[in-house]
Design a protein around this ligand. Structure first.
Ligand code: CA
Ligand code: CA
Length: 307
């Protein structure tokens, strides 16, 4: 069984080129491994003020909103959704092909599937990390499973975003998903997570991983593995909020199997709290959405593709 945290598994080509996608917004997803969902009622911590009213973002009066608010990420694809602010896992989303449920052992595709989370025709707002950059209409889901068991849920959105944004989120919802920017600071990042007017700090700490066999030429160990062990760094993200610190995420970056990572802060479920989205790219790709609205960081949606 694969462990999505184990990022030294494969020699598949990196996804950097996919992340740097261009005008055509063809979106595919890795296997969804949503780990937890939370109740429909968002529960801000008692010490925080309620989130500020959300400013409207342009989408137009004719916007088609699905109550399951699908979320599509460029280079990754459909990652899940939310209903009444509760997270909806892609993994557990039912889907059918020609009226019949998809065989759990299905390999192949792409096939256009029917699923409640994405019916086709939804209006998406398109965001870079700085804010909304446009809107478009999404297709149904083209579903594909490769030989390594990676599931892909492609959603095409037209018109595509202009330019070559490094990051793009497409959300079917009527809220402004990036009401406050993620700022880079000496410590790491700063952002007002809950909208109470006070910025929180995200401290970033990078350490060289100490491995027992680092630098040694282990038996049966490939050159790439030995090299990656020597270059491996562990990056830890800690949220400082309301006088307490909590670990948001820890990423292992070895420069070979995981070449780079990205961090974004975006309100994917419309509750006024910003989630943190961490992605890694390289031979394997992963994405994790961390929600802090319940007082402690919780990974609510995630995807992985590799082999
Ligand atoms: Ca705050
Ligand atoms: Ca949120």
């Amino acid at each position: 069984m694969r462990n999505k945290r184990d990022i030294r598994l494969t020699s598949r080509p990196g996804r950097a080129a996919v992340l740097a996608f261009h005008l055509c917004l063809s979106l595919a997803s890795g296997r969804a491994v949503a780990q937890a969902s939370r109740p429909a009622e968002a529960a801000p911590s008692p010490s925080a003020s309620p989130a500020q009213p959300i400013a409207p973002a342009p989408a137009g009066p004719s916007a088609v909103v699905n109550e399951n608010h699908p979320i599509v990420v460029a280079g990754v694809g459909l990652i899940g959704g939310s209903k009444d602010r509760a997270w909806l896992k892609l993994q557990s989303a039912p889907k059918t092909f020609k009226g019949k449920p998809i065989d759990p052992n299905y390999i192949g595709g792409p096939i256009v599937v029917d699923m409640p989370m994405v019916r086709g025709g939804e209006t998406y707002r398109l965001y870079t990390p700085k804010g909304v950059v446009g809107s478009g209409t999404g297709s149904k889901v083209a579903f594909q499973v490769d030989g390594a068991g990676n599931e892909f849920h492609r959603v095409k959105i037209k018109p595509a975003a202009k330019g070559t944004p490094k990051w793009l989120f497409a959300i079917n919802g009527d809220w402004d998903a990036i009401p406050r920017p993620l700022k880079t600071t000496k410590k790491g990042y700063a952002i007002d997570v809950d909208g109470d007017g006070r910025e929180e700090t995200i401290r970033v700490r990078t350490t060289q991983e100490k491995l027992a066999n680092a630098g040694a030429s282990g038996q049966g160990e490939s050159d790439a593995e030995a090299q990656s062990q020597n270059n491996t760094k562990v990056v830890t993200f800690t949220l400082e909020m309301n006088g307490k610190s909590s670990r948001l995420m820890q990423l292992t970056v070895d420069g070979t199997y995981t070449e780079q990572y990205q961090v974004a802060a975006i309100d994917l479920n419309g509750d006024g709290w910003l989630e943190f989205v961490f992605t890694t790219g390289g031979h394997n790709d992963s994405l994790e959405v961390v929600d802090v609205a319940r007082g402690k960081p919780e990974t609510v949606l995630s995807t992985y593709s590799g082999d």
